[in-house]
Design a protein around this ligand. Structure first.
Ligand code: SF4
Length: 329
C-alpha cells in the first residue's frame, strides 16, 4: 500500500497569529484526515537565529502547541512532538553533512535573504548555513512523502529531494522517497496598521484572541485615509478593513466594495460587521483554547507521547540508514 506520510514543522515563536492559521494550520488540520502526520516543534531551528537568547523558548513552545490544538490538530491521530526530544534528527543531519556540498546550502535563496534581513545578528555560523540540511533530516527521518510549506520554503524541499537522491545513489539502496511539496494556500493579511503583520510592529491579531480584543483591534484598523466624512466615497482597495472582509467576511464583499465606493456605509459600521464575522470564524479556536489555558502538564504529556512515537518511527529509518552506510558491525 502507498505510504502517505506528511512531515511539517514550525519554529516556536509563541502565540500564533491569523496568518499562521490561514497559511499553515488550516492546511495541517485538513491533512490529518488523509496522511500519517508528524507535526514538529522545531526548537533546534529556532536556535539557528536566536542562539544568544533562549529564555523564552519553553514558554513559546507551550503557547504554540496550545494554538495547534486550538486550531483542531488531534494529538491522538497525529504525532505532535519536539525536535530536540528525538536525537535521530541530529544523527541524520550529521550523516547527510558528510556528502552534502556546501554550495547546495550557499545557493539557498533564504540564506542570503535572511542574513540581509537579520543584519543585527551574527549569522555567519555553521548552524545557520546548515539549517536547510537539518530540515532535510527532519523530513527524511520519517521518510515523509509530502511536506506542506509556504512558497519561500520550496527550494528547501527541492534540496531535500536532492539529498534523498544522493543518499540512495551513493549507498545503492532506495531508503528515502523524494517528498512532494504541498503548497500552503497563503492569504497575505496586513497588520491592523496596514503594514506587514509582525510582532515587532505590534500590529498583530492572534488566532485565539478573545471577542473583546478582536473588537478593540478591528476598531483600531486603518481605513481609507482619504475618507474624512461618513458619506465620502471610499476606496476599499487601500483599506485594511476591506482586506480582512475579503478573507473573513460572511459574504457580499462585492456589494460592500460598491456601497463603500458610493459612500453608503460608514467605516464604523463596516468595522462592526468585520469584528462580528471575525469573532464567528474564530469562535471554535477561541473556545478550544479556553479549555487548554494553564494545562501545561497536558501539553507536556502530548509532547512526551509524540516523542516516543517519533523516536520509534525514526529508529526504523536510522536502522536502514546505518545498514546502507555500513555503520553496523
Ligand atoms: S467603509 Fe469599510 S471598506 Fe470602505 S473605507 Fe470604510 S472601512 Fe474601508
Amino acid at each position: 500500500m502507498e505510504r502517505k506520510v506528511v512531515f511539517s514543522g514550525m519554529r516556536p515563536t509563541g502565540r500564533l497569529q491569523l496568518g499562521n492559521l490561514l497559511g499553515a494550520l488550516d492546511n495541517w488540520v485538513k491533512l490529518q484526515d488523509e496522511y500519517r502526520c508528524y507535526f514538529c516543534v522545531v526548537d533546534w531551528h529556532a536556535l539557528t537565529t536566536a542562539y544568544d537568547d533562549t529564555r523564552s523558548l519553553p514558554e513559546n513552545i507551550f503557547e504554540m502547541v496550545t494554538d495547534w490544538l486550538s486550531a483542531g490538530l488531534n494529538p491522538e491521530r497525529n504525532v505532535i512532538f519536539r525536535q530536540s526530544d528525538v536525537k535521530a534528527h541530529a544523527e541524520l543531519h550529521l550523516l547527510f553533512s558528510m556528502f552534502t556540498p556546501i554550495s547546495w546550502l550557499e545557493r539557498c535563496p533564504t540564506y542570503k535573504d535572511q542574513i540581509e534581513q537579520l543584519r543585527e545578528k551574527n549569522l555567519a555560523t555553521y548552524g545557520f548555513l546548515g539549517y536547510p540540511l537539518l530540515q532535510a533530516a527532519d523530513i527524511l527521518a520519517y521518510r515523509a512523502t509530502a511536506v506542506p510549506v509556504g512558497e519561500d520554503q520550496v527550494p528547501h524541499i527541492e534540496m531535500t529531494r536532492e539529498v534523498a537522491r544522493r543518499f540512495n545513489h551513493l549507498y545503492r539502496q532506495p531508503v528515502f522517497p523524494e517528498p512532494a511539496t504541498i503548497l500552503n494556500r497563503v492569504k497575505l493579511l496586513p497588520g491592523i496598521d496596514g503594514r506587514k503583520m509582525s510582532k515587532s510592529y505590534g500590529n498583530v491579531i492572534e488566532m485565539s484572541e478573545s471577542p473583546e480584543v478582536i473588537r478593540r483591534k478591528v476598531n483600531m484598523m486603518i481605513t481609507d485615509p482619504g475618507r474624512i466624512r461618513k458619506n465620502d466615497p471610499g476606496n476599499p482597495d487601500v483599506c485594511t478593513v476591506f482586506s480582512f472582509h475579503g478573507v473573513f467576511g460572511a459574504g457580499g464583499v462585492e456589494e460592500l466594495a460598491e456601497v463603500c465606493r458610493r459612500g453608503q456605509i460608514g467605516c464604523v459600521e463596516c468595522k462592526k460587521r468585520l469584528a462580528e464575522d471575525l469573532i464567528a470564524c474564530l469562535e471554535p479556536v477561541y473556545a478550544r483554547r479556553q479549555q487548554l489555558v494553564g494545562k501545561k502538564d497536558y501539553i507536556r504529556e502530548i509532547l512526551a507521547e509524540g516523542a516516543r512515537r517519533a523516536e520509534r518511527d525514526s529508529a526504523e529509518t536510522m536502522e536502514m540508514v546505518r545498514g546502507a552506510m555500513n555503520l553496523i558491525i
